[in-house]
Ligand binder design. Structure first.
Ligand SMILES: Nc1nc2c(ncn2[C@@H]2O[C@H](COP(=O)(O)OP(=O)(O)OP(=O)(O)O)[C@@H](O)[C@H]2O)c(=O)[nH]1
Ligand SMILES: [Mg+2]
Length: 344
């Protein structure tokens, strides 16, 4: 083994050992390792993966400023009260859409500081070409292996990537809030379809009833008790025919009201999440979601590796040269792509 390989080997083994032993500094380093996609990140994940798979993964998504960070903090406190340890992953906490984002994170830090049963990680990965959901999955795997009972992933529900991340969770919360200039923000982004539980946060604000009614109407129209299938790499919601399935075995998407700032309704929400977790196990749906999660993970890894190989095999300036040739009509994008990919 070369000295460099030896060093990497040692560092991966040490990192893995630290994570498994609950060493917070090592955990933090391990997460940075996978986040920065170090060359031995895959080896680290391979070492940790067998120890993962026990945590309940909760996705929290919703329009900017609906109070997700505040709610996640309140939820984490509620979980701690129930004796659970909690890992939190906040994706893109510096959302360009609200000035409140940083404030929410600061409040969170203060509320949870000093509790060794909680670990918070913020990731600003927007723009990391297709790597967002892979990196998030990797970080969740590390936290899972570290033994956290519950892992909460907060994403701003604005795009497909965020939907994708939330849909790889076991339980997905879609957060709405009244008075954001639109009754139901999430409808536009198409993220309601992925909700296992709908939350109207800021229930102390005017307009709450309107938002609540709009969501309940949506649920009536959309039908309830839907299930998910994978179709061309996308998670699709399909309505189960009313007669074909026992009414009692279906999961009912309900609307929960919370005031994240004072904790109102948060305990009920945590219990609803717990009920969903039980339902997943009892109905056999858990096995299906795990399959989806694994398929997503595998696809993400392959895609990331292909992207890396493509980037590595195109010489510096190669793309620009090709663009210039195409502009001069000496080549075309199709032939050029074939030439560039020939070396991959
Ligand atoms: N009145 C009221 N304000 C709330 C509630 N929950 C959160 N807020 C406030 O709403 C603002 C935004 O809260 P955040 O938790 O940062 O919201 P967010 O959805 O995480 O925001 P982004 O991450 O930017 O999308 C903050 O000023 C919070 O204090 C609530 O239940 N009631
Ligand atoms: Mg936030």
């Amino acid at each position: 083994m070369s000295s460099r390989a030896l060093k990497e080997h040692t560092s991966v083994a040490l990192l893995a050992e630290g994570v498994l032993n609950g060493n917070r500094l090592m955990l933090s380093r391990a997460i940075s390792h996978v986040e920065n996609q170090e060359t031995d990140a895959s080896a680290l994940l391979t070492a940790l993966y067998p120890h993962a798979g026990k945590a309940h993964i909760v996705g929290v998504t919703g329009a900017p400023g609906t109070g997700k960070s505040t709610l996640v903090t309140a939820l984490a406190l509620s979980c701690r009260g129930a004796g659970m340890t909690v890992g939190i992953v906040a994706i893109d906490p510096t959302s360009p859409f609200t000035g409140g984002a940083l404030l929410g994170d600061r409040v969170r830090m203060r509320a949870l500081a000093g509790d060794t049963g909680v670990f918070v990680r913020s990731m600003a990965t927007r723009g990391s070409l297709g790597g967002l959901s892979k990196t998030t999955g990797d970080v969740v795997t590390v936290l899972d292996a570290a033994g956290f009972d519950c892992i909460i992933v907060e994403t701003v529900g604005v795009g497909q990537a965020e939907v994708e991340i939330a849909s790889t969770a076991h339980t997905t919360l879609v957060v709405e809030a009244p008075g954001l200039g639109d009754e139901v923000q999430a409808i536009k982004a198409g993220i309601l379809e992925i909700a296992d539980i709908l939350v109207v946060n800021k229930a102390d604000r005017p307009g709450m009833d309107r938002t609540l009614r709009a969501l309940e109407m949506m649920l009536d129209i959309e039908g309830n008790g839907a299930r998910y299938v994978r179709h061309h790499g996308q998670l699709l919601r399909v309505e189960s025919p009313a007669e074909s399935e026992d009414e009692e075995t279906r999961w009912k998407v309900t609307v929960m009201k919370t005031v994240a700032t004072d904790g109102t309704g948060v305990e009920d929400l945590r219990q609803r999440i717990d009920a969903h977790r039980h339902w997943l196990r009892e109905s056999g749906e858990m096995a299906m979601r795990e399959q989806l999660r694994i398929a997503n993970t595998l696809e993400n890894i392959i895609r990331a590796e292909l992207n890396r190989r493509i980037a590595a095999s195109i010489p510096a300036g190669g793309l620009e040269k090709m663009v210039e040739k195409i502009r001069r009509r000496e080549s075309d994008p199709y032939a050029a792509a074939a030439v560039l990919l020939a070396g991959v």
